[in-house]
Design a protein around this ligand. Structure first.
Ligand SMILES: C[N+](C)(C)CCCC[C@H](N)C(=O)O
Ligand SMILES: O=C(O)CCC(=O)C(=O)O
Length: 408
């Protein structure tokens, strides 16, 4: 039984998360040795560039399509003008010329395209493959604790962009981050959240606040323990970020559990590429059904447990919620059996005590969780407990991070 696209993206055993030296050369300007060493070769089906010690390949149709001349590309809007549908798919340049820094291609209609070699290297598949889309530090409890990631404090966080940048940098690296000393109200929680990005309104509301009153049809609205999970896996696009602020708790228990899902996924990849592949290729459903009397909510999200970039196996979304996982009917029974084995492997990793980070949320401490990566859960509790928070879209948070100069 074959469920893979063998040969298109060969499965590599490990993903590099460290920003690589290759791109560093490019970002930090030209090294004359590399320039002198650049070799350009016109092959039958592609252009080959040796640059900075790497060999890269560019199809001719790609080279025509990415032309950055003023007629082909609007550099004010950063949008393509060229109609890709009008390019001969078997196009070849009629003339080529290379100087120390540039490649010049003349096309059959006389149009000339110039590429800076460093630009080509930076935008090549080979270059992309070597670097992570989102550099991150995978953690278990010990790694996270030893990292001593500093929390940021409300006042400075609200007024100083560098503080926001530090916060977001840590959030991107670890998938969790805290703001301390926030006034314990819903309004102030909203204010601190809006400093990061815009709020994603869902059927739970914009800012939500809940107690164990069972006002909604979900176990979250009880005093029961909740095993590790990601939220809104029943959305086609699960909420990117979850914000929690415990406004009150008079009682015991109720600690928050955090587990780096990507750390466990990486362990599965290292131990069993086959299990990793099943988790990343088999689509499953999650579902949310609640009847509020006046309104019925019914959400269905379809996607694999692990969404990965196929060129480097970098995981970018984990959907893991055993409460909300729906009936599996999207794959035949022989795959189902293997999928359960793979799912168990992941579950065993996620449940290892050394991977669990336990924190007690207190009034003033606002927690941001990357809901595409870090699973959360809670210990059962006694007494009155009120938690407020909201969801954010990932796009908007990354947008803020990029605007501050972070790689996101
Ligand atoms: C966070 N808030 C209390 C609003 C909703 C909780 C939703 C929990 C649900 N089982 C899920 O995983 O999405
Ligand atoms: O009550 C808590 O601490 C967490 C609740 C939870 O897991 C959720 O809302 O998804």
């Amino acid at each position: 039984m074959n469920i893979c696209l063998d040969g298109i993206w060969p499965l590599s055993r490990s993903v590099k998360f460290i920003p690589d030296i290759f791109l560093t050369h490019i970002h930090h300007g030209f090294n004359p040795v590399f320039e002198a060493a650049s070799v350009c070769t016109l092959l039958d089906d592609c252009f080959e560039l040796q640059y900075g010690g790497h060999v890269m390949h560019f199809n001719y149709v790609w080279l025509r399509d990415h032309c950055r001349s003023a007629t082909c590309y609007n550099s004010k809007t950063n949008q393509r003008n060229l109609d890709t549908g009008s390019i001969d798919l078997n196009i070849r340049p009629t003339k080529t010329r290379v100087d120390e820094e540039n490649l010049f291609l003349t096309w059959p209609d006389g149009h000339v395209t110039r590429y800076n070699l460093a630009w080509l290297a930076k935008n090549s598949y080979e270059g992309q493959k070597l670097s992570a889309i989102q550099p991150r530090i995978l953690w278990n409890s010990e790694i996270y604790t030893n990292a001593n990631v500093p929390s940021v404090s409300w006042e400075k966080f609200m007024s100083c962009d560098d503080e926001l940048k530090t916060f977001l940098n840590n959030f991107l690296l670890y998938g969790i981050a805290f703001v301390e000393d926030v006034p314990a109200t819903i309004d102030d929680t909203e204010t601190v959240t809006k400093r990061v990005s815009i709020i994603r309104e869902t059927m739970y509301g914009r800012m939500w606040s809940f107690t164990s009153d069972f006002s909604r049809g979900d176990t979250a609205y009880t005093k029961l323990a909740l095993d590790r999970h990601t939220d809104t896996s029943y959305f086609q696009e699960p909420s990117g970020i979850q914000v929690f602020h415990c406004l009150r708790h008079e009682g015991t228990g109720g600690r928050t559990l955090l587990v780096d899902g990507f750390y466990s996924a990486n362990r599965v990849l290292e131990q069993s590429p086959e299990n990793f592949e099943l988790l990343s290729r088999v689509p499953i459903k999650h579902e949310f059904i609640e009847n509020l009397g006046t309104q019925v909510n019914h959400m269905i999200g379809i996607g694999p447990v692990l969404s990965v970039y196929p060129w480097n196996n970098e995981v970018y979304i984990m959907r893991y919620n055993n409460y909300d996982r729906a009936v599996i009917n999207t794959v035949p029974h022989n795959v189902v059996q293997r999928w359960y084995v793979a799912h168990r492997h992941l579950t065993d990793e996620l449940r290892k005590p050394e991977n669990e980070l336990w924190v007690k949320l207190k009034p003033g401490k606002v927690l941001f969780i990357d809901n595409w990566r870090v699973l959360h859960g809670r210990e059962s509790f006694k007494g009155f407990r009120q938690l407020c928070g909201c969801y954010l879209t990932r796009d908007d948070v990354l947008n803020t991070a990029r605007s501050l100069g972070l790689q996101a």
